[in-house]
Design a protein around this ligand. Structure first.
Ligand SMILES: *[C@@H]1O[C@H](CO)[C@@H](O)[C@H](O)[C@H]1NC(C)=O
Ligand SMILES: *[C@@H]1O[C@H](CO)[C@@H](O)[C@H](O)[C@H]1NC(C)=O
Ligand SMILES: *[C@@H]1O[C@H](CO)[C@@H](O)[C@H](O)[C@H]1NC(C)=O
Length: 557
């Protein structure tokens, strides 16, 4: 037994002696339960991982709570089952464009779908218990704010891998309301304080983590938020929410294909609200929102299916998405960044190489220069002058070999303007605002960036399309991205720790410097073919075109 004096000496030397049973050698609870102050959940252990699935973090948003702010969960008695995933939120029906390559599939939900969907999953090392203070990785799924379900992403991959690396973490993933259920916007909705509900769901889930994760062995002060696509745009929103005051809810962020961008206003959402009201037969009612709350779910669902999706002609001008409401969101994301109103926490942000291709199959009747310019202006940048749109047309020329998928010469020109539109859309919503974000935040906090190029010259029409990097992040293909996220969650640095046992992680052989470390060639960790190859490339491509887009985006409120 160590004497008190010896202990003091050790602490003075900065060595913390192991006073408790080593983490990995503890017994695993055969039948784990979590007794929270509002109820008790029964989880399930499989191998080295324990999962508590589908726990409610809010009251079911049904009845009068449909299209209303999420409310703290109500107490319940007995033991609730948390051994299988909870329901996904209602999904928008997505009609695939005819010309989309037939082997592209879109996953919506994994199983049960219900309006009663505000649940989350906690996946943790089986031996973790209160007091372990493990770092937490909080995952926000994507799906254009129209579809998506936490149950389709296997968080146990992260937990198992983190144990193998000796850097155990806890994975948490909420469901949040999407499409009209989560992002209805109109004057009526504003008056009812019911805007941006999907983001407010996520925020409440983060508060749940803050309050309860220590009971699962997590540290509420070590939460990293991470999302892909709409999930990444959500992370971007949380970085600027309350002008960047995190409220202590997270300490780092990862944006996988989704930087801060300009946003539409609630007024611009009115048309979709009015159409929905009409389609469900609520027109003429004194209180249309009350009418929408009372409409039969099946009727409402069918009416939402008639609204435009990301595979409609208007593409990424989404009907249902976060909007400037003057209450939770005061300006576009780029404006928050420009004004310095963002959380100064370490970040990782990256994109796929050909982000825009997937979204250019529903606009194939755009075949001339004039039609391209007209579409870009009316659909995306009505605020731009004709001469600015002309400049844009020169920055993104008709020349097929300059379009996306990039580096494919004259191949894959579905129409004469397909590759041009794909290049513009990818830069407008991803590469340009990502670079603007990095130029700014690399001066105020630690920031790393990556680029996913696998498939860029081999996959017809799509290249390294949006979301193709999920293969890297959610499978054991080479554990480069997962390891980076685990190290980042634990140490706020995605590089392998110097004292990591050699041979454990491929990242030990790679030096991934911060984006701001080289002003003339900002480094991008670049995933290239074949896996597990990676290299460092310079974030300097299309510099002039991208600056022009950023100037135009900053014209928005
Ligand atoms: C809107 O709702 C939120 C969450 O319920 C509440 O905190 C806020 O005070 C409300 N704001 C107004 C103006 O009613
Ligand atoms: C292409 O089709 C869309 C949707 O049907 C239509 O609104 C648009 O005007 C058409 N554009 C051209 C250039 O034909
Ligand atoms: C679809 O099939 C083509 C042709 O077989 C193949 O080259 C391509 O990689 C596939 N695309 C996707 C996204 O799987």
């Amino acid at each position: 037994m160590r004497s008190f004096c010896q202990l003091l000496q050790l602490l003075a030397l900065g060595i913390t002696p192991a006073l408790s049973v080593p983490f990995a050698s503890r017994d695993v609870e055969p039948s784990p339960t979590a007794a929270l102050d509002y109820g008790t959940y029964q989880g399930v252990t499989s191998g080295s991982v324990t999962s508590f699935l589908g726990m409610n973090y809010a009251q079911p948003p049904v009845g009068n709570l449909r299209f209303a702010a999420p409310q703290e969960p109500e107490p319940f008695t007995g033991v609730a089952d948390a051994t299988t995933y909870g329901a996904a939120c209602p999904q928008q029906d997505i009609v695939l464009p005819e010309l989309l390559p037939k082997n592209v599939t879109i996953t919506t939900s994994g199983g049960l779908v219900s309006e009663d969907c505000l649940n989350l999953n906690v996946i943790k090392p089986a031996t973790a218990s209160a007091g372990d203070n493990l770092p937490v990785l909080f995952w926000i799924f994507g799906g254009a704010f129209e579809i998506g379900d936490a149950s389709t992403y296997d968080g146990s991959l992260y937990v198992e891998r983190s144990i193998a690396l000796g850097q155990p973490i806890i994975f948490v993933a909420p469901n949040y309301r999407v499409n009209a259920f989560g992002f209805l916007a109109s004057q009526e909705v504003l008056d009812a304080n019911a805007t941006n509900l999907g983001l407010r769901d996520q925020r409440l889930a983060l508060q749940w983590v803050n309050k309860y994760i220590s009971q699962f062995g997590g540290d509420p002060e070590k939460v990293t938020i991470w999302g892909e696509s709409a999930g990444a745009y959500s992370v971007a929103a949380h970085l600027v929410w309350n002008d960047g005051d995190t409220g202590g809810l997270f300490r780092a962020g990862v944006m996988e294909s989704g930087p801060p961008i300009s946003l539409g206003t609630v007024a611009e959402g009115q048309q979709y609200y009015d159409q929905l009201v009409e389609n469900v037969g609520c027109s003429g009612e004194a209180d249309t929102l009350a009418c929408l709350r009372a409409v039969d779910y099946v009727v409402l669902q069918a009416a939402i299916a008639l609204s435009p999706s990301f595979f409609s002609y208007q593409s990424l001008t989404l009907a249902w998405e976060p909007r400037i409401d003057g209450q939770y969101i005061l300006r576009g994301g780029m404006k928050y960044i420009q004004q310095g109103l963002y959380a100064k926490v370490p970040v990782i942000i990256g994109d796929c190489y050909d982000e825009g291709t997937l979204f250019s199959f529903a606009n194939t009747n755009i075949t001339t220069d004039e039609e391209f310019l007209e579409y870009v202006q009316s659909n995306y940048i009505p605020i731009a002058s004709d001469s600015q749109i002309e400049d844009l047309g020169e920055a993104y020329p008709s020349d097929i070999s300059e379009g996306a998928p990039y580096d494919t010469g004259l191949l894959w020109a579905l129409t004469p303007e397909f590759k041009r539109l794909a290049s513009f859309q990818g830069d407008w919503l991803w590469q340009a605002p990502r670079r603007y974000f990095l130029e700014t935040v690399s001066q105020t906090q630690d920031a790393w960036a990556y680029l996913y190029k696998r498939g860029s010259v081999t996959v017809p029409y799509l290249g390294a399309a949006h979301a193709t990097d999920l293969l890297e992040f959610f499978t054991s293909i080479d554990y480069i991205a997962p390891d980076a996220l685990i190290f980042f969650t634990t140490n706020l640095n995605p590089n392998a720790p110097a004292d990591l046992e050699s041979g454990l992680s491929k990242l030990s052989d790679i030096t991934w410097d911060q984006w701001g470390s080289d002003a003339s060639a900002p480094p991008l960790l670049t995933f290239v073919d074949p896996a597990p190859e990676v290299e460092i490339t310079a974030d300097t491509f299309r510099a002039d075109a991208i600056s022009l887009l950023n100037e135009l985006m900053l014209l928005f409120p």
